[in-house]
Design a protein around this ligand. Structure first.
Ligand code: PMP
Length: 433
């Protein structure tokens, strides 16, 4: 096997001036130079199958996206305070993709910003401050989006340091959560009801509830059936606003659904999106009802210098065109379904494979040391990811215990690439796990 090649000199230079809290995902990361579809190539010309990239949904190096961006850059890119066609057209298109009534769009630059704005909208609309969020969640790095991020994977002190307006409830993780199995909905709904009652007993109001409609940070675990329906009803009854963070799960990745909340059969009050909608270009959006958007006027006007710039709007448009033309949601369903079957076969062969979560091209393989205690196999997961890199596959751990393979490749993933990934994973497991 070829050794993993990297430029130590460049890495040293990165360490010198790049802020240290910005995570390095490998001790010896490959130096990536270019990409094509679901493949990345390092400076030595070595190819890697990119199975992690939840941003580049079209795939890397898409010539039509590059051409559209180039054309718009040379024509105009400016501060978003001006009037130009692409922002109107793109907002119209996003509103058309959302359920009826969610017809008002804010364009921003990232998922963190989108969630920050969603929380501010919930505060402004409800006139209240308290927000219920799930444990094990990640929603962003800005002050408000970070506040509702409870995952301890990247921030071990997260739970001790949340501000007092954040109220975390147990993660409805049907695999390893407090209640296990598919018929646990009532238990998890009751835990939210208890939290809401505590707030009421303390004469505290409710601004809203935020969660990913499919549990992304925990490895793509669907919420228990009926969970969001019941939770959204309780939240609305208390005047709160329901926010669906679709930053990872939305935009066709689930295959069967364009939006994650469709899987739960609900309609949120606010949808936040980013990542895939720009295929790597900084682009995010909040889609909501007019009355909720208008509530922000109480706090002044919203302005983002480059949120929804002409180039960003053209990127957003082109990404949607290509998702449709290249039938990427269908591909996520078909290739994702095939890949899931191959991964499930590993469950039979290797005791380490505790479960295969998810749907479409949003999958997670959870490694455990013991199928009864579900002791997370964190070190094994890290070692498996390192070995996969040597074999030409980019894969990383996710979840609070970092014991789940985060399988979120570009939606153009071919069946051959899915086979390559499954073959390499089988080989690594065969080597001794
Ligand atoms: N929400 C979710 C569910 C995410 O996974 C992320 C990014 N990992 C964010 C929000 C934040 O998005 P961004 O990195 O674009 O700010």
């Amino acid at each position: 096997d070829a050794p993993v090649l990297h430029s130590t000199e460049l890495l040293d230079r990165r360490q010198q001036h790049f802020a240290r809290p910005q995570k390095n995902y490998y001790s010896k990361p490959p130096q990536i130079e270019r990409g094509w579809k679901e493949y990345l190539f390092d400076v030595e010309g070595r190819a890697y199958l990119d199975m992690v990239n939840n941003v580049t949904i079209l795939g890397h190096g898409h010539p039509r996206l590059a051409a559209a961006v180039g054309r718009q850059w040379s024509l105009l890119n400016t501060n978003s305070r001006f009037h130009y066609a692409s922002v109107a057209e793109f907002s119209e298109r996003l509103a058309a993709l959302a359920p009826d009534g969610l017809d008002t769009v804010f364009l921003v630059n990232s998922g963190s910003e989108a969630n920050d704005l969603a929380l501010r909208l919930a505060w402004a609309f409800s006139g209240e401050r308290n927000v219920v969020s799930l444990l094990e969640a990640y929603h962003g790095w800005t002050v408000a989006s970070d506040a509702v991020s409870t995952s301890i994977a990247d921030n071990p002190r997260a739970l001790e340091t949340r501000p007092d307006w954040v109220h975390a409830v147990v993660a409805p993780n049907t695999y390893r959560g407090q209640f296990r199995g598919s018929d646990t909905t009532d238990h998890y709904v009751r835990s939210v009801a208890t939290k809401l009652r505590e707030l009421e007993d303390g004469a505290q109001g409710l601004a809203g509830f935020i969660c990913e409609p499919v549990y992304g940070n925990a490895g793509g675990i669907p919420l228990p059936k009926g969970y969001l329906d019941a939770v959204y009803a309780m939240v609305r009854q208390r005047g709160g606003v329901c926010i669906a963070d679709e930053v990872q799960v939305g935009y066709g990745r689930l295959g069967d659904y364009f939006w994650g909340f469709e899987e739960q059969g609900v309609v949120p009050d606010i949808i936040t999106i980013a990542k895939g909608m720009g295929n790597g270009h900084p682009l995010g959006a909040v889609i909501t009802r007019r009355e909720i958007a208008d509530a922000l006027e109480k706090e002044g006007y919203f302005f983002s210098s480059s949120g929804g710039s002409p180039v960003s709007s053209v990127v957003g448009h082109t990404v949607l065109d290509l998702i449709e033309e290249e039938k990427l949601q269908d591909n996520a369903r078909v290739v994702g379904g095939y890949l899931k079957t191959r991964l499930q076969a590993l469950e039979q062969r290797f005791p380490l494979v505790g479960a295969v979560h998810g749907m479409g091209l949003y999958l997670g393989v959870e490694f455990v040391r013991d199928r009864n205690t579900l002791e997370p196999a964190k070190e094994e997961t890290a070692a498996i990811c390192d070995r996969l890199l040597e074999l030409g596959v980019i894969m990383q751990p996710t979840g609070d215990h970092l014991n789940v393979l985060k399988i979120k490749p570009p939606l153009c993933l071919s069946r051959e690439s899915a086979d390559f990934f499954a073959d390499m994973l089988t080989r690594v497991l065969d080597e001794g796990w």
